[in-house]
Design a protein around this ligand. Structure first.
Ligand SMILES: [Zn+2]
Ligand SMILES: [Zn+2]
Length: 161
């Protein structure tokens, strides 16, 4: 399930939208992100973690992040890495009629499964591309306009999946 907000800047007129969560493309997104972790796109530490952890999982949910220093915001995957609490149980789990044991990989892991069946092993720090400040996960409410930088409040919110 995804959530979105529409904005129209009351100062410069810029219209934009922000959406987060997991949409229907989530399984493909998940695969792509895990592949990037394996290739080292997100850094050496994550790549090493990927290599030594069997059935590793990544938090691929898109979240809203805001810089603590300059207010710059971005929507991107959380990218924290997890390991299964119980591999034996995981191997018996089915995806489209086949078990993980038969598939030899986990096609994708939903964020709620990470909470219940996985353990956090590597937390990803997100740095602001503008000022290198720390970016924090936040609820979307009043955000800075991407054009003029003034604070806007949302026009409305929408749900999608
Ligand atoms: Zn910043
Ligand atoms: Zn504006």
């Amino acid at each position: 399930m995804g959530y979105g907000y529409r904005y129209k800047c009351e100062f410069c007129g810029k219209e934009y939208g922000i959406s987060t969560g997991t949409g229907f493309l989530f399984p493909q997104e998940y695969k792509r992100i895990l592949k990037d972790v394996a290739k080292g796109k997100y850094g050496k530490q994550m790549k090493e973690c990927y290599e030594k952890t069997p059935y590793i999982a990544v938090d691929a949910e898109n979240k809203y992040y805001e810089c603590e220093d300059c207010g710059h915001w971005d929507v991107h995957p959380v990218l924290d890495l997890y390991e299964p609490k119980d591999i034996g149980k995981l191997l018996k789990k089915e995806f489209g009629g086949k078990t993980i044991e038969e598939l030899e990989e986990v096609p994708y892991v939903m964020p709620n499964e990470l909470k219940t069946s996985y353990k956090l092993i590597l937390k990803q720090e997100h740095r602001c591309p503008k000022c290198k400040g720390l970016m924090k996960k936040r609820n979307i409410r009043n955000v800075c306009c991407p054009k003029c930088g003034k604070k806007n409040s949302p026009l409305n919110s929408v749900l999608w999946d």
